[in-house]
Design a protein around this ligand. Structure first.
Ligand SMILES: [Zn+2]
Length: 155
């Protein structure tokens, strides 16, 4: 994934619509307000990208909630159900797919929904999740391919 294929995040974009392409934040936009640095550090320290089990996401959300002083909950579902954030119950619904006989979730999707839980719109959720993923896993990021606002692994 080349950076030129991504849009640059504009903080002024006030929309509930998805951006037409993947969005990343400029270095100067990754200030404290978005907690990018803290989140990257937590992902680096506590998340196991190879395993991506429900337990890994439970550890990650507990650490994020602790540092950001939130009480966001996680409910795991089958991947056939939609990933979403439900404000009424302050809960992220995350789908787990069976890959090589293990249930795995998507870190980018989790971060996207976590940003919604922090109050971000679709542009912010896309930009926040991709900026963090790119920072922590630059080599994996480079292998992703853009499809609409998402980045996908090509098999
Ligand atoms: Zn969203």
């Amino acid at each position: 994934m080349k950076e030129e294929n991504c849009l640059i995040y504009e903080d002024s974009v006030q929309t509930t619509l998805y951006p037409p392409k993947p969005v990343i934040m400029k270095q100067e936009d990754t200030k404290e307000r978005f907690n990018i640095k803290e989140t990257c550090n937590i992902v680096k320290k506590f998340f196991n990208i190879k395993r991506r089990s429900e337990e890994d996401f439970r550890i990650l959300i507990a650490e994020l909630n602790n540092v950001l002083n939130k009480d966001i909950k996680l409910k795991s579902v089958d991947a056939t159900e939609s990933d979403m954030f439900i404000p009424r119950t302050n809960t992220i619904i995350l789908g787990f797919k069976t890959i090589e006989e293990k249930k795995k979730g998507s870190l980018i999707t989790f971060l996207h929904e976590y940003q919604h839980a922090l109050g971000g719109n679709e542009w912010t959720a896309v930009a926040w999740s991709l900026t963090i993923f790119k920072d922590v896993y630059p080599r994996s990021f480079a292998k992703l391919v853009a499809k609409d606002h998402c980045l996908k692994i090509v098999v």
